[in-house]
Design a protein around this ligand. Structure first.
Ligand code: HSE
Length: 440
């Protein structure tokens, strides 16, 4: 008879409470699947008095996370407090130094300290599992680390932030403004405490940095990710994308190029026919392109207590089974350092929306400036909204009209050089809107 795995949990927010509940509810299933029981023996949180709807009788209430990390009666330390630094970091370090296995859902901490913590886990023999840090219940870490261990990966990309996908979906389907959709996302509890973390792309960047490390064997490096959020996306872009057969999503993309590993987060036009374009609302999805394997897309709930608890308990089950994978899929000394790929050198198709002067020669000027940079146009559309002519004098001074261009693959610096020239020609007003296109 193998002794049960003794679990200590620091942090009893929504996820922590759901983990306690799930281990209790699934106790027989876990015993059968792991060949031994899984028992929560110790917990701690900021408030002991808070009502959580879970039965903590028979479980020790520790004074602080470090007490659990140092407790010889705990085999597996589960960190669900969040935060990029202490107390989470020092408690995880202590647990690993004590030879314990660690399970965490903390994407910020893994994105910042992942390599250092993986080295500690390796040295002291414990596991470091963080499935819940990316895409919550979607088993994407395991897929990259274990399921595709024999496959060379060329690109991994996905919708990694539920809040942004919820906002873009409602803007597209209901024609609502960005601000109204963000308010609803906050009311429904999808958004982070500081929603800028979601809408400015940083949450996606942390998750992408973790996926890139697993896919390409690089040291996890959040500062190697180029980041752009969704706040500049207008309903006009979503309408134009729809008409042209695309959708706009905030994607995290990590791709092997001739110039190195590109890691980027930005609003992206993707063909409506792609699997990822079908993913609406708060749902997350990740597509993995590997050599000799058609693309694999994993879709599922990327946030929320129950979804995150599902991944945390799966990680605990691996510890109970005695499975210990290298946290980033290979020994830390084999992980390469990666630098930030300059976006000027990014190559791909572009969507460009300009507010153009509606007079003879404007389209010719724009086309000339693009041609000078050897940019080939796939399509060009000019919309003439009702009442676009200047109403006051009904004269020869027409109001600007939107011109939408899709380019074939080109380089980003060529696009910006062409647009600077168009601006100097004074045939457009305002800032051009530029959205990168990602082909499937
Ligand atoms: N705020 C995040 C999201 C939660 O919207 O996806 C999960 O990381």
């Amino acid at each position: 008879m193998v002794a049960p795995l003794r679990v200590g949990i620091a942090g009893l927010g929504t996820v922590g409470a759901d983990v306690v509940r799930l281990i209790e509810v699934q106790s027989r299933v876990l015993s059968a699947r792991c060949g031994r029981g899984v028992r929560v023996v110790s917990v701690t949180a900021r408030s002991k008095a808070k009502k959580r709807g879970i039965d903590l009788r028979g479980i020790t209430w520790a004074k602080n996370p470090l007490e659990i990390a140092d407790d010889p009666n705990v085999d597996c330390f589960v960190e669900l407090m969040g935060g990029v630094g202490d107390p989470a970091l020092s408690a995880i370090e202590a647990a690993l130094r004590n030879g314990k296995s660690v399970v965490t859902a903390n994407k910020a901490l893994i994105a910042k300290h992942g390599s250092k913590l993986a080295a500690l886990a390796e040295k002291h023999g414990g596991a470091l599992n963080f499935e819940a840090a990316v895409g919550a219940a979607i088993p994407v870490i395991k897929t990259l680390r274990e399921g595709l261990a024999g496959t060379s990966i060329n690109r991994v990309y996905g919708i990694l932030n539920g809040t942004c996908n919820y906002i873009l979906t409602r803007m597209e389907l209901e024609g609502l403004s960005f601000a109204d959709c963000l308010k609803d996302a906050q009311r429904l509890g999808y958004a982070e405490a500081n929603p800028s973390f979601d809408v400015d792309g940083h949450d996606t960047a942390q998750k992408l940095a973790i996926l890139a490390s697993l896919a390409f064997g690089t040291k996890v490096a959040q500062n190697a990710v180029y980041v752009e959020g969704i706040s500049s996306i207008a309903p006009a872009d979503l309408r134009a994308a729809d008409e042209l057969g695309y959708r706009v999503k905030l994607l995290g993309v990590a791709v092997r190029t001739a110039k190195g590993i590109e890691q980027r987060v930005h609003p992206t036009m993707i063909p409506k026919s792609s699997s990822i374009a079908q993913v609406m609302g708060v749902t997350n999805a990740v597509t993995i392109d590997g050599d000799g394997v058609p693309p694999i897309t994993l879709v599922g709930p990327g946030a929320g207590g129950a979804a995150t608890a599902s991944a945390v308990v799966a990680d605990i089950a691996d510890v109970a089974r005695g499975i210990r994978a290298n946290p980033f899929g290979r020994p830390v000394e084999r992980l390469r350092v990666t630098s930030k790929a300059p976006m000027e050198r990014h190559e791909g198709g572009y969507y460009i929306r300009l507010m153009a002067r509606d007079l003879a020669g404007t389209a010719a000027t724009i086309a000339t400036r693009l041609a000078e940079q050897k940019i080939s146009i796939e399509s060009i559309v000019q919309r003439h909204p009702d009442g676009a002519f200047d109403a006051i004098n009904n004269s020869a001074k027409p109001a600007p009209v939107p011109v939408i261009l899709i380019t074939y693959a080109t380089s980003e610096d060529a696009v910006y050089r062409a647009l600077q020239a168009v601006q100097k020609d004074k045939v457009i007003t305002g800032r051009p809107q530029v959205i990168r296109i990602e082909k499937n």
